[in-house]
Design a protein around this ligand. Sequence first.
Ligand SMILES: Nc1ncnc2c1ncn2[C@@H]1O[C@H](COP(=O)(O)OP(=O)(O)OP(=O)(O)O)[C@@H](O)[C@H]1O
Ligand SMILES: [Mg+2]
Length: 288
Amino acid sequence: MVNMNAAHTKYISDLGLTPNMGEVIEMMASAPAAETTQVKFECRDVEVFYSGKRALRGVNMDVPDSGVTALIGPSGCGKSTFLRVFNRMNDTIPNARVTGQILMDGQDIYSKDIDPVLLRARVGMVFQKPNPFPKSIYDNVAYGPRIHGLAPQKKDLDNIVERSLVRAGLWDEVKDRLKEPGTSLSGGQQQRLVIARAIAVSPEVILMDEPASALDPIATARLEELIDELKEKYCILIVTHSMAQAARVSQKTAFFHLGDLVEYDDTQTIFTNPKDQRTQDYITGRTG
Ligand SMILES: Nc1ncnc2c1ncn2[C@@H]1O[C@H](COP(=O)(O)OP(=O)(O)OP(=O)(O)O)[C@@H](O)[C@H]1O
Ligand SMILES: [Mg+2]
C-alpha cells in the first residue's frame, strides 16, 4: 500500500484510481467472468438526494455488460447524478445521499464490504473537460499503473503505456513526443489521453459525462469511433446532450426527465418509436 495523505487519496479516487491494485486484481479474479452475465449493473429503486432534496426518483434499470448505454434528457434531469452512482462518486459530494440498491455483477456496490476507492478502479470515469495532469504524456498514462505497482519493471510500464495509448487511438500521434506535457495536446487528443489514462488500470466499466462537449466535429467523430471500438471490451455509460451522438454510439438509451427515468429501451426504439410523450417531445426537440 502506498502511503498517501488525505488530499492525495481523494485526488486519486476522484480519478477513478486506487491505491492498491493488488486487491483490485484479486477482486476482479473472484468476480464472475464477463461472458457469464448479461447484466453488469442492476439498479433497484435508486434515489439520490442533495441536502434532503430528491434529484433522482425510484430508478430501476439493468445496464448490459457490454456495449454502450446512453443517458439523455434535459439539463438538470439527473443524468450526471445517476452516472455518479455507478462508481460512488456521489460519496465525494458532502450533501449527497444515495438510497436503493446498485448491484455490479450481482454484488451491492454500496455495501460496507466495498471500498469505493477500489470500486473506482473497476469503474473508471472520463469527464466533460479533459483534465490531463501537469505531467508528460507518458507520465499521465503511467500514473495509475505506477502508484498501484502494476508494472514491476520499466519495460512493463512502457508496454502498458503503449497499449493504452494504442487502444485510445492516440499512439501514432504521440509516440515521438511522449516526454512533452499532456497539456500540449489538442482538446481532442487530451480527451483521448485521459481515456488512455483511465484504461491503463484495466477497468471493467467506463463512465463518460458529456465527453465530446468541448470537442470540434472532427475530434468528436474520432471519439465516437473510439467509443465504438472500446465497447467491445468495456461496459460504457455515456451522458450526452446530442441526440445524434446517442443514436450513433449507443445500443441502449435511457431518457430522464425531472429526476425520473421515463423510458429505457433499445436506442433504435427510443429514437424511432418512443412510448412516452415526454421522450417523443425531447427527441424531436420540442422540450429540453
Ligand atoms: N452537488 C449538488 N448539490 C445540490 N444539488 C445538486 C448537486 N448536483 C446536482 N444537483 C441538483 O440535482 C439535479 C440533477 O443534477 P444533474 O447535474 O445530475 O443534472 P444533469 O442531467 O446532469 O444536468 P446537465 O445536463 O445540465 O449536466 C439538479 O436539480 C441539480 O441542481
Ligand atoms: Mg450533467
